[in-house]
Design a protein around this ligand. Structure first.
Ligand code: 1AL
Ligand code: ZN
Ligand code: ZN
Length: 463
């Protein structure tokens, strides 16, 4: 056998359909061998993973790292460090909350400059669709964004050059153009009409609590937006990806559209599966996000959809801010949850250990489907010969209670501080290099590279 650079020995490897105790042989950053008792020369370094479970590194398709300009909210170095510590090896950065937003080529260049040499793990980038930028989309696609994101409700944020929601005309025309480019449109689906009306009513009535906020963004607002977008997708042939879906109702509508043949995928986030409105009341603005976290019954129905295999992708929607913006009046506070470091552990704890979701099924939503949907497959997304050796080594008996000091975010806040996880990420490998080890921390080198989507038309990944 050819020389190997590293063998990861005797871990329980999560494959597409089963888990098996295997050795993983790595050469030049790729998985070169998978087998029982791989034979190696005495010089080959060995990492003993006996007792550990090895998943493909998570691909977090939804993070907001806020650079350029708002690196004091979160940045590539700190955000990617938290991901490495959470078993994530690739992320896709959203086009908003940095200034300027990634809605034109010059902004993409600033984003790329901010990211270069600053990431612990690999990354790809979203472009944005906003009113007035349809003629920018082709340039962004050719430059290598993996798709476009649009908001159907107001994204929030203050300042001149910020991301804004689409009107229906922009949405339809944008979909036509994105269909032509062969990319996916990711949608934040909440009806602005419904939520702004309810928010104005709440304000008039002096309603300011967490539960009041949740009531201004009902499931009906999500359902209306999803239905409308699906109608436009039918009309334009645009591929859609619904981000952070919070209700079983919306999942059911999207599932029907899939059955009808629409090219549509659906994502949810760990916070909708791990938290309820009761906890939002207790945690306050720390747990504020849109769409909001809902009732225990809504959450149970979301789990039922997940167990039925109806979600394609699980992503963090890590959207942090400085601490002072996550305090005080619930309606005024920043909407967005800081949770990226805990995504994989939350899904293992809440999904696998507590609810029996099989590990290959979790790996499908956390790595395989995002890789396939956004042009990263087969280089990324599964543990297979020829793929990048991107691996999350987890201890499914490694119970610990999350402390603020464990967090690697720029701002050490998370709604999960104090939560006991019955599992923990022990080590993370990016292209065969250990970028995180529990108890040691993240490595000093910043080896994450940009995964440039190669040409719009036809798809696929460069390099
Ligand atoms: N401006 C934001 O980052 N918004 C995000 N905020 C949430 N989800 O509360 C999002 O993705 O909608
Ligand atoms: Zn959103
Ligand atoms: Zn988001």
């Amino acid at each position: 056998m050819n020389r190997l650079d590293l063998i990861i020995r005797k871990g329980t490897v999560v494959l597409q359909d089963e888990c098996r105790q295997l050795d993983i042989g790595i050469r030049n950053g790729k998985i070169a061998a998978l087998g029982e008792n791989l034979v190696v020369s005495e010089q080959t370094p060995v990492y003993d993973a006996e007792g550990l479970t090895i998943l493909p590194g998570m691909i977090d398709a939804h993070v907001h790292f806020n650079e350029p300009s708002l690196g004091h909210w979160e940045g590539f170095v700190t955000g990617s460090a938290s991901l490495a510590a959470g078993g994530c090896t690739t992320y896709i950065d959203m086009p908003l909350n940095g200034v300027p937003p990634t809605v034109r080529l010059s902004a993409l260049e600033l984003k790329l400059d901010a990211a270069e040499g600053q990431s612990h793990v690999d990354y790809a980038l979203w472009g944005g669709l906003v009113p007035g930028n349809i003629n920018e989309l082709e340039g962004l696609a050719q430059a290598g964004v993996i798709g476009f994101k649009a908001f159907m409700s107001c994204p929030g944020g203050e300042g001149e050059d910020i991301f804004t929601e689409v009107d229906d005309e922009t949405l339809v025309n944008g979909m036509k153009e994105i269909a032509r480019l062969g990319l996916v449109l990711a949608l934040h689906a909440e009806s602005e009409e419904i939520v702004s009306k309810l928010a104005a009513e709440a304000a008039r009535a002096g309603k300011r609590s967490a539960l009041d906020f949740i009531a201004t963004r009902p499931i009906a607002a999500e359902v209306e937006a999803v239905n409308r977008a699906l109608g436009y997708a039918k009309q334009t042939g645009c591929k859609l990806h619904f981000v952070h879906i919070s209700s079983a109702e919306a999942v059911q509508i999207i599932t029907e559209a899939k059955v009808e043949g629409l090219d549509v995928t659906v994502e949810t986030c760990p916070h909708y599966l791990a938290l309820t409105d009761v906890e939002v009341e207790r945690l306050g603005p720390l747990a504020k996000c849109a769409p909001p976290i809902r009732t225990a019954e809504d959450q149970a129905r979301l789990w039922a959809e997940l167990k039925a295999g109806r979600f394609d992708i699980i992503a963090s929607d890590h959207s942090p801010s400085p601490k002072h913006m996550k305090q005080g009046d619930f309606f005024e506070a920043w909407g967005g949850i800081s949770g990226a470091q805990s995504s994989l552990e939350l899904m293992l704890h809440e999904g696998h250990l507590r609810r029996g979701v099989p590990l290959p099924e979790l790996a499908r939503m956390l790595a395989l489907e995002p890789a396939k949907r956004f042009g990263l497959y087969p280089r990324k997304g599964e543990i297979a010969i020829g793929a990048d050796a991107d691996l999350a080594l987890v201890d499914l008996a490694g119970s610990y209670t999350l402390q603020e000091s464990d967090l690697l975010y720029r701002h050490k806040q998370s709604p999960y501080v104090g939560k006991t996880f019955n599992c923990s990420v022990k080590a993370t490998f990016l292209r065969g290099v250990k970028v995180y080890e529990r108890g040691v921390g993240v490595g000093a080198s910043l080896e994450g590279t940009w995964l440039r989507h190669s040409a719009s038309i036809g798809g696929g990944l460069d390099g």
